[in-house]
Design a protein around this ligand. Structure first.
Ligand SMILES: C[S@@+](CC[C@H](N)C(=O)[O-])C[C@H]1O[C@@H](n2cnc3c(N)ncnc32)[C@H](O)[C@@H]1O
Length: 280
């Protein structure tokens, strides 16, 4: 083998990697602005921490003590920002794929999948739950509906969702529509399963969240299964669902790392899922 060949880059490997990446589904980064802000705060905190440590080397007395304390505060801020940013990245790239399978398994525990279901994913985004549900279908159809708000999920669009369905080999079982969770354009009792993952906390008004939940129950047939996963308002949702005849409810609160992040967020981030069956 010539020296030139040994030193040259391996285009076949690079193109193979690029080809592999282009066949992987991409379910996007959730809350991209928050994630960027966390990472930026972490980097700024680390820079100020480094600066403060340098200052302590040249200062003395009260100034040295103040600089040392400031360095500690900046270090904590850096760890918090970088840790939260890393968690959000890990969640968007890996964690939510595992969670979707877990949640769809819970749904199957409540009402076993037959493969013939009509499934609705409310706020489907780039198709995480939609495509996961479609993978469990044979003759059934999974429909996703969304307003495609890029501040809630990076680069979401009908095309991105359909592309993920294609990459997971279920494009023939997936439909997407544009519409609002608060006024679903579907007939009463027209779905066997309704799923919604990390969507309705985006509605700031409690009355809007109530309307969205009522809509999900309206389009769910009696005996059908609802999977509602979100990051806040767990007790309110559960009370409303019970009041509207959801039964056999399973609650899921994620693993230890999710609970830890919940504590570190001061309680503002509490991922949970409620899975239940609409009474006949
Ligand atoms: C954090 S993303 C989650 C997307 C997807 N369910 C997932 O788990 O990857 C929230 C999604 O809710 C959508 N959304 C927000 N408000 C909505 C509304 N009123 N009606 C329908 N979709 C909405 C956003 O466009 C976004 O795609």
């Amino acid at each position: 083998m010539s020296m030139l060949k040994l030193l040259s880059p391996a285009p076949r490997t690079a193109s193979a990697i690029a080809a592999a990446a282009s066949t992987m589904p991409d379910y996007g980064i959730d809350a991209p602005v928050v994630r960027r802000s966390m990472l930026a705060a972490g980097i700024v905190g680390a820079a100020f921490c480094r600066l403060s440590v340098t200052v302590t080397a040249f200062a003395s007395g009260a100034a040295e003590t103040a600089a040392a304390w400031f360095a500690v505060v900046c270090l904590l801020a850096a760890l918090y920002g970088l840790g939260m940013g890393a968690y959000m990245t890990h969640w968007s790239r890996i964690g939510k794929l595992r969670t979707r399978e877990r949640l769809l398994n819970f749904a199957g525990d409540v009402v076993p999948w037959t493969g013939r279901e009509m499934v609705l994913d409310v706020g489907c985004g780039r198709g995480l739950m939609l495509v996961g549900a479609a993978r469990r279908l044979n003759s059934g159809i999974a429909t996703g509906i969304d307003l495609w708000r890029s501040e809630d999920q990076a680069d979401n669009s009908p095309d991105a969702t359909l592309e993920n369905a294609r990459r997971e080999g279920v494009a023939d079982r997936v439909r997407v529509e544009t519409g609002d969770a608060r006024a679903l354009p579907f007939a009463d009792a027209s779905f066997d399963a309704v799923v919604s993952h990390w969507v309705i906390h985006n509605l700031p008004e409690p009355a809007d969240r109530t309307r969205a939940l009522n809509e999900m129950l309206r389009v769910l047939r009696p005996g059908g299964v609802l999977v509602l996963a979100d990051i806040a308002h767990h007790r309110v949702y559960r009370a409303q669902l019970e009041a509207h005849g959801l039964i056999d409810i399973l609650a899921h609160y994620g693993g230890w790392e999710t609970r830890l992040v919940g504590v570190l967020s001061g309680g503002s981030f509490r991922p949970h899922a409620l899975v239940g069956r609409r009474a006949e």
